[in-house]
Design a protein around this ligand. Structure first.
Ligand SMILES: Cc1cc2nc3c(=O)[nH]c(=O)nc-3n(C[C@H](O)[C@H](O)[C@H](O)COP(=O)(O)O)c2cc1C
Length: 166
């Protein structure tokens, strides 16, 4: 099948996660266009599936990627498979904040697209916001491995036409 992996990254970690997911999808036989949201253009209704992700930014996701998700109209995209992903500094903390993948998931589900999997949340280790030590943190290799496997899982589900159900 033919699809798109679209991402919004700032410091590069979310881009690396997007690349790993795209690799997993391609390894399982799918054709993928990997593109930053700034270059994505209008969503193409001829695509079979869409995977969208972003670096989490309080209170959830960057306005730019939210605006992009809202362009998947019910009329053209209802029933198409989708998945979402994100990177975030609070994922493995005691009080994780809402992640971009959760916000994007809700937006696409509300437009009638069909989820292939729950939101994929990659953890940035050691992130500290300004005023609390200020540190960008790092993206562990293990998160890239998980992302690649997530891409393969999506690819397998696409191949057998099996959406995720709660
Ligand atoms: C202004 C700002 C706000 C952020 N807000 C959150 C947040 O609410 N929750 C969270 O888990 N991480 C938050 N982070 C950490 C980012 O999610 C993390 O740096 C980002 O995912 C790294 O991806 P990137 O390298 O692609 O930019 C924030 C970072 C910045 C700079």
């Amino acid at each position: 099948m033919k699809g798109m992996v679209v991402y919004k990254s700032w410091w590069g970690s979310c881009k690396r996660i997007a690349e790993a997911i795209a690799e997993g999808l391609m390894e399982t036989g799918h054709e993928v266009r990997l593109v930053a949201v700034e270059e994505a253009g209008k969503p193409d209704p001829s695509l079979d599936f869409v995977v969208i992700g972003a670096a989490t930014r309080w209170p959830g996701a960057w306005p730019k990627i939210k605006r992009y998700a809202k362009r998947f109209t019910k009329k053209s995209f209802a029933g198409k498979p989708f998945a979402t992903f994100s990177t975030g500094g609070s994922v493995n903390t005691d009080e994780p904040l809402t992640q971009a993948s959760e916000v994007l998931y809700e937006l696409l589900e509300a437009r009638g697209l069909v989820a292939l999997a729950p939101p994929f949340k990659a953890a940035i280790e050691g992130y500290k916001p300004p005023g609390k030590g200020e540190d960008r943190g790092t993206l562990p290799d293990s998160e890239l491995t998980r992302a690649r496997e997530f891409g393969r899982e999506l690819g397998r589900k696409l191949s057998i036409g099996k959406p995720y159900s709660t």
